[in-house]
Design a protein around this ligand. Structure first.
Ligand code: ARG
Length: 574
């Protein structure tokens, strides 16, 4: 149940009756419910269009919808607002439905096939902090769309194809390195050295290219080593996904190599369709839609002189595959904003070639950078990129110190387990709680604090409600009576619980988990107010006690579901 939407529709219909054809009213949830639970905001604008005074317009709107049982009262306030008070009985009925539902009353949406392209690290390199945002923000969107009943196809588009494999194979052979027990750290080191050698040693470069051709032609030996290198890398990455509580599994890996077989046909087809032309030995698509700095049409190279394919070629094929084979209705990319032009170009070419339909939705959900306190990109002391594994280790260590201080008697085993959850949740939450479109400053102390919009605060709030519930002697199945909403803090809490669905639907559209974090933070704070003002277990009347227990259970359920959607583990005891 999306209350804001209901109000919006009612106001819209009233406006149609009054005479405006199409106008989207702005509805907001009020912080202070004394002024009404919700507010209609931009009345002055509409009243100008209709040539009415704002209060006249407001009266007309109120007259048109006041009879609906949702509304208790509506009042006009200067200069152009309508304050809406929701009927407490109606709220209580809605809460009842949520209380008995395993989905918190949230209906399935009309199912779509949605591909989410996220994380997507490259082979032979450790994941670094640049991968954090794509991985965890993408995962929240996947979890939420899953929950809403969509057919979510997680696509980990790993960089597992290209010249780098020729270099690596050549290097391993040259140095007679056994690849059986290679670690990813060693592999990355070899990769760096191989790259350097490639640039200065012609013979080595030649050999590398030969290996690439061999690999492309399905040479068994090369293929075997390639598989090994991919598996060494991904084994480490899966460990990180597990630590991060991210839902990406082996079956979601659909890297560049998957599309390799399609590429020769695509080149030929684009040439046949006169979309691509050959120029100086390369195959290029010139796009009118994009101009370079000199004002010329931008050329996208799809095959190099040496016949090698490019990142763009793969993505053109990938669009085709996702549309024609996976029947995607919507594709969401979580990558660096710097890849935007690349994606749009591949998308435009795929459209021109009729590989995808005009109405397939492409969304590039970009994100800002993680910065250090001096507002520079967050790096190690010696200026290197921070590995994700070391960031997560540090999170655990820091959480361990924190918990040890608070609970010196905790057993080592429990301490480690708790520190793992608290540390990693803190890092994840700190990131997820920031608007993905902006950069943010990475701050250990802030994210591990038990105050403010942080994981520890929300996790603690959840644990606290649970401990209240545990003290109750009334079993849940005895909580049959209706929820009574009398005190202001009770109504506040109730309205906030109702807001959950609206938040989830918004993230399903925009892929912005920070809205959910903010919501959970507000919910936890509002519960806290309610708890301070309303006695739960010691209320004078049993009816009140039961009603408040139900409100507490609903809060706990919502917090739990919300944290679960964020991929953040709850803690039973803290
Ligand atoms: N592997 C790429 C990188 O690390 C990201 C891939 C994004 N997905 C795609 N279909 N291009 O930059």
């Amino acid at each position: 149940m999306n209350l804001k939407n209901i109000i919006k529709k009612d106001i819209k219909n009233a406006l149609i009756k009054i005479g405006t054809i199409d106008y989207d009213p702005i509805i907001t949830l009020n912080k202070k419910i004394k002024l009404g639970h919700y507010q209609v905001n931009n009345l002055i604008k509409i009243s100008n269009i209709l040539n009415l005074e704002p209060y006249e317009l407001s009266n007309k709107i109120i007259f048109n919808i006041k009879k609906k049982c949702i509304y208790k009262k509506m009042t006009f306030s200067q200069p152009g607002f309508i304050n809406i008070f929701i009927n407490e009985n109606w709220i209580s009925e809605q809460l009842e439905k949520i209380f008995i539902s395993s989905r918190l009353g949230i209906k399935h949406s009309k199912s779509q096939n949605i591909v989410i392209d996220y994380s997507s690290p490259n082979i032979a390199k450790e994941m670094h902090i640049g991968h954090l945002r794509s991985t965890i923000i993408g995962d929240v969107t996947a979890r939420i769309l899953d929950f809403l009943g969509h057919n979510v196809i997680r696509a980990n588009h790993i960089g597992d194809w290209g010249t780098q494999f020729g270099m690596l194979i050549a290097y391993l052979k040259d140095k007679k390195i056994k690849y059986d027990n290679l670690s990813l750290i060693q592999l990355e080191d070899f990769y760096c050295k191989a790259k350097k050698k490639y640039d200065i040693d012609q013979l080595f470069a030649e050999k590398s290219r030969e290996y690439v051709v061999k690999l492309q032609n399905g040479d068994k030996y090369c293929h075997f080593i390639w598989k090994k290198l991919v598996s060494i890398t991904m084994l480490e990455n899966y460990k990180i996904y597990k630590k991060l509580n991210v839902t990406l599994k082996e079956k979601h890996t659909m890297g560049e190599s998957v599309y390799n077989k399609m590429l020769p046909d695509i080149i030929q087809d684009l040439k046949n369709k006169k979309i691509a032309i050959e120029k100086n030995g390369s195959t290029i698509v010139f796009l009118k839609e994009f101009k370079n700095r000199l004002g010329e049409y931008m050329g996208v190279v799809i095959q190099k002189k040496d016949k090698g394919f490019l990142y763009s070629t793969t993505d053109i094929a990938c669009f085709k595959y996702r549309y024609q084979k996976l029947h995607a209705n919507r594709i969401i990319y979580y990558t660096d904003p710097r890849q935007h032009q690349h994606l749009i170009q591949a998308w435009t070419i795929a459209k021109k070639a009729n590989y995808i339909s005009q109405d397939l939705l492409l969304e590039h959900h970009t994100f800002g950078m993680m910065l250090s306190k001096n507002k520079r990109p967050f790096k190690t002391r010696d200026g290197n990129t921070i590995k994700l594994s070391s960031l997560l280790n540090e999170a655990k260590e820091r959480a361990m110190r924190l918990i040890k201080n608070k609970k010196p008697k905790l057993s080592k085993k429990k301490l480690v387990k708790l520190a793992q959850i608290i540390g990693i949740s803190a890092v994840k939450y700190a990131d997820l709680s920031k608007n993905r479109n902006t950069n943010y400053i990475f701050n250990w102390d802030e994210m591990l604090s038990f105050e403010g919009n942080t994981a520890p605060y929300i996790q603690y709030a959840y644990t606290r409600i649970n401990s209240i519930l545990k003290k109750s002697i009334i079993p849940i199945n005895k909580l049959k009576e209706k929820i009574i909403l009398k005190e202001e803090t009770e109504i506040n809490l109730a309205i906030k619980i109702l807001e959950f669905e609206e938040i989830i639907l918004l993230i399903a559209q925009k892929g912005t988990p920070h809205i959910l974090c903010k919501y959970l933070y507000q919910l936890a704070t509002i519960f806290s107010n309610f708890y301070e003002n309303c006695s739960i277990l010691f209320s004078k009347k049993i009816k009140t006690c039961k009603s408040r227990l139900k409100l507490s259970i609903l809060t706990a359920k919502t917090l739990k579901k919300g944290l679960n959607m964020l991929g953040i583990k709850i803690i039973k005891k803290m």
